[in-house]
Every structure is written in C-alpha cells, then in structure tokens.
Design a binder for this molecule. Sequence first.
Ligand SMILES: Nc1ncnc2c1ncn2[C@@H]1O[C@H](COP(=O)(O)OP(=O)(O)OP(=O)(O)O)[C@@H](O)[C@H]1O
Ligand SMILES: [Mg+2]
Length: 174
Amino acid sequence: MIEFIHTTDDSRCAFTTHLADESETERMGAALAAGLHAGLVIHLVGDLGAGKTTLVRGSLRALGYSGKVKSPTYTLVEPYAISRLDLYHFDFYRFNAPEEYLDAGLDEFFSGTGVCMVEWPDKAAPFVAKPDVEVRLDAVDSGRRCRVSALTEAGQQCVTMMKSELLTNPPRQP
Ligand SMILES: Nc1ncnc2c1ncn2[C@@H]1O[C@H](COP(=O)(O)OP(=O)(O)OP(=O)(O)O)[C@@H](O)[C@H]1O
Ligand SMILES: [Mg+2]
C-alpha cells in the first residue's frame, strides 16, 4: 500500500512510498510521466546512486522512448523529442560553482515548453528554475524511500495524476 503523507497545509500534495528495487523506481518514473505536461520543472534530489537517472528512464520508457538513456553527468543535458513533448534531462553534479549554470547558457531550456528533469539542482541554485515538483530519493535498507511534493499549482496537477496512476497500479511493497 502506498503511504500518502498530507502536509500541514496539504497544498504540497506530498506523498512517500517505498521502492524495493530498480524496477519500482522505473515504475515511479512511469507514474510521473502520466502527469508531465509542457513547461514543468522537476527536481530530482538524492545522493550519488539514489536512483534519479533510473526514475528518468522510467518516465522516458513510459512516454514511448525505447533508446538508450544516458546519464547527462558529462554533457549537462540530454534532450529527448518524444511525440507528446520535449523532455530535457539535466545533471549538474559536476558544477564546482553555481555560476557555471549561467556560463553554460542553459536558461533557455527552462523558459520554453519542454519538460525539464534536473539531477543535482542544488549545484545550480539559486540560478536554476524553481521546481513544480520535487522527487527525493533516499537509500533505505536495500531499496529507496521516495518522497514526491508539488510546489506550484502546475506541480499539484502533475502529482495528482501521478497519485491516481500509482493507485491504479502500485509498486510492490516490502
Ligand atoms: N529502488 C531501488 N532499490 C535498489 N536499487 C535501486 C533502486 N532504484 C535504483 N537503484 C539502483 O541504484 C543504482 C544507481 O541508480 P542511478 O544511476 O539512477 O542513480 P543516480 O541517482 O542517478 O546517481 P548519480 O547521482 O550518480 O547520477 C543503479 O544500480 C540502480 O539499479
Ligand atoms: Mg544520475
């Protein structure tokens, strides 16, 4: 069963769940895909190896992309043109200073209609766009704890869709 956590003002529409293995992280990414729409910014927060790229792969697969999903650790951004939307996958881990985000000229990606999914957003703060949805992944036992919160109205729409998708077909629980 999925454990939904309602925060004090409930407007963050937050919930947590446990993801027992890689396939469940992909499943969570697929649920997120159900709520993605033009212009959304998703921040993916968690330590090295937390499963951020795995989650993006799950979203891309659900959107019909069957090619390789590479980590953008060296390229900073990997673009995907999928039938329904443009998706940009970022990874700012290698930034030594947040100003490198400005130097890289990535701002234009965030002002268009594409969906931006960002690993290591804190490395580009305060310059990178604030999130509509934040997904936090933490290692627990051999799996991951996943917390999803909506920070804007657009994000709430996305998380609501994601919740109903998960209730229809929830990840296995330990
Ligand atoms: N729910 C899960 N339980 C156990 N292992 C998982 C889970 N989800 C993903 N993994 C595994 O975690 C490893 C790291 O995943 P991934 O590359 O997606 O992490 P990341 O957060 O993108 O790391 P980085 O910050 O280095 O980019 C992979 O081997 C993947 O199979
Ligand atoms: Mg990664």
